[in-house]
Design a protein around this ligand. Structure first.
Ligand code: XMP
Length: 506
């Protein structure tokens, strides 16, 4: 495997994903919590960082266990750190070193640059630059503005580049990473969805033996893939629970339950709509609503799980981005919204936890799902928040509002599908606003509700932009919603990006 030493760059996970796309297994660890180096580690990548090496509190890990002993690739900060620490010089750059550049010089004897063309485009993003290399360090690539775009340390398997091979704009970045992980580190490209399924099923068998396991299904990609994987490993010892919290999309409970049954899962559907609605009655504060929904879920799930005899394990669909220990650069981040799913559940239930997907990135979960023959429609589903329509009804939640929103939402989502737009959008939904306005229908004055349509592109939900949907499509959606959904007489489109807005309205 390859280890990635994280100095806090926003691109670190991307390096991990690119290495994984080469079918090579890698792990990301914070620079100050480096794991023990054993035989399985074939090479190390040092990431970028928001720090400057000249900052007082900049990361300064001891590399003596790695550098000179294993193949090392420094990227951006990683490159500057080694240059700075071993006797070179790093200074603020006075030319612009941000954005696209081309490699005007490449040392083609260097294996890192094998099959990379002269003038290849690379992406720079740094405020500092290396102005002097330590002795025994040799420049192997340059751009017009950046003399030491890449260097190699003599008599060591140490390379470094100041540009970012992991971003899309570095057009041959994947080739460069491939040269490093395969030719230089000697990794085999055998980390594939099929090999993951095979080894994980075996590991789950060994770990779980004949124990009983309970899993909460949500209809989302992660829990579904976890369910199918566990089912393959332990079959009937797995019981899945799918709760109808009264805040799901139209027909979702029935549809999803059927597709789980078709996949051969042993699944219990629990209709808890009334309990959720009763507890939410009259509550308008968003955080309060989230807490109520979270607490009710835990109560319902716990009660159902207790009906299963001798259950020992709670399975969860946790994925790698949730478990990567993050390098905290700006101190602990403030709670913007309390995301709930099953937080608090393991403590309450006193069960051991099994997380079969905790090594996978989201796109890998989808590929594993495909290797398990899970239907494309399920794997391609947009994310849907745990609190469901509860946080898309602004103000208090009532069963009538839920069904009004379900109708409008179904028109929008089905519209996106039939216009071929669904897969171009990362997430979409409808918000029911606590705003009534005057309209006219036939000869009648109306005074009814407003909905806001929301469709965004994103890669991980951390940032997002609104989608430029075709006007014809929006006109059609507006007509259909106003004509077909009683109680709605106005449709607006949300054109806010995240940040500063968020994807959900509550
Ligand atoms: P925001 O609104 O914070 O949402 O921009 C970012 C992403 O997270 C989803 N979301 C949640 N997902 N439990 C979840 O599983 C939650 O409590 C929750 N709240 C928001 C949201 O739908 C978007 O994809």
């Amino acid at each position: 495997k390859i280890l990635i030493l994280d100095f806090g760059s926003q691109y670190t996970q991307l390096i991990g994903r690119k290495v994984r796309e080469l079918n090579v297994y890698c792990e990301i660890h914070p620079f100050n919590h480096f794991p023990e180096i054993d035989e399985s580690v074939k090479g190390v990548i040092l990431s970028g960082s928001p720090y400057s090496v000249r900052d007082e509190d900049a990361p300064r890990p001891d590399l003596s266990e790695i550098k000179g002993k294993l193949p090392v690739l420094g990227v951006c900060y990683g490159a500057q750190y080694m240059a700075h620490f071993y006797g070179g010089e790093v200074a603020p750059s006075n030319t612009r070193e941000y954005g696209r550049a081309n490699l005007g010089f490449i040392d083609h004897d260097c294996i890192l640059f094998e099959n990379i063309s002269l003038h290849s485009q690379v992406w720079m993003s740094h405020g500092d630059t290396i102005v002097k290399l330590p002795k025994n360090y040799k420049v192997i690539a340059s751009t017009e503005d950046v003399n030491f775009a890449a260097y190699k340390v003599d008599d060591e398997k140490t390379w470094a580049i100041q540009f970012h091979p992991e971003v899309y704009h570095t057009t041959e970045g994947k080739q460069l990473l491939q040269n490093f992980v395969t030719t230089i580190c000697g990794c085999e490209q055998n980390w594939t969805p099929d090999s993951f399924v095979e080894t994980t099923v075996q590991e789950l068998k060994d770990q779980l033996g004949n124990d009983k396991v309970v899993l909460g299904l949500s209809g989302g990609v992660d829990s579904s893939v976890a369910g199918v994987l566990l089912n393959k490993a332990i079959g009937k010892n797995l019981t899945c629970i799918f709760v109808d919290n009264g805040l799901l999309r139209k027909n979702e409970f029935e549809d999803v339950l059927h597709s789980y049954e078709d996949m051969g899962l042993n699944v219990i559907g629990v209709d808890a709509r009334k309990k959720f609605w009763d507890d939410l009655a009259g509550v308008t504060d968003p955080e309060q609503k989230r807490k109520i929904i979270g607490r009710n879920f835990i109560e319902v799930f716990d009660e159902e799980a207790h009906k299963i005899q001798d259950v020992k394990w709670l399975a969860q669909g946790t994925i790698y981005p949730d478990v990567i220990e993050s390098v905290s650069v700006n101190g602990p981040s403030a709670t913007i919204k309390s995301h709930h799913n099953v937080g608090g559940l393991p403590e309450k239930m006193k069960l051991k936890v099994v997380e079969p997907l905790k090594l996978l990135f989201k796109d890998e979960v989808r590929r594993v799902g495909a290797a398990l023959n899970i239907k494309k429609e399920l794997l391609g589903r947009h994310p849907f928040p745990g609190p469901g329509l509860g946080i898309r009804i602004l103000g208090d939640v009532t069963p009538e509002k839920v069904s009004m929103l379900q109708e409008a939402d179904a028109i929008f989502i089905n519209g996106l599908k039939s216009w071929g737009l669904y897969d171009e959008v990362w997430q979409a939904g409808v918000m029911l606003l606590p705003v009534q306005s005057v309209g006219v229908m036939g000869d009648e004055r109306t005074y009814e509700n407003t909905v806001a349509l929301r469709a965004v592109t994103s890669t991980d939900g951390m940032t997002a932009d609104w989608v430029h949907l075709p006007y014809d499509f929006m006109a059609k959606m507006s007509n259909e919603i106003i004509n077909k959904v009683r109680g709605i007489n106005r449709v607006v489109y949300d054109i806010s990006s995240k940040p500063p807005a968020t994807i959900e309205w509550e």
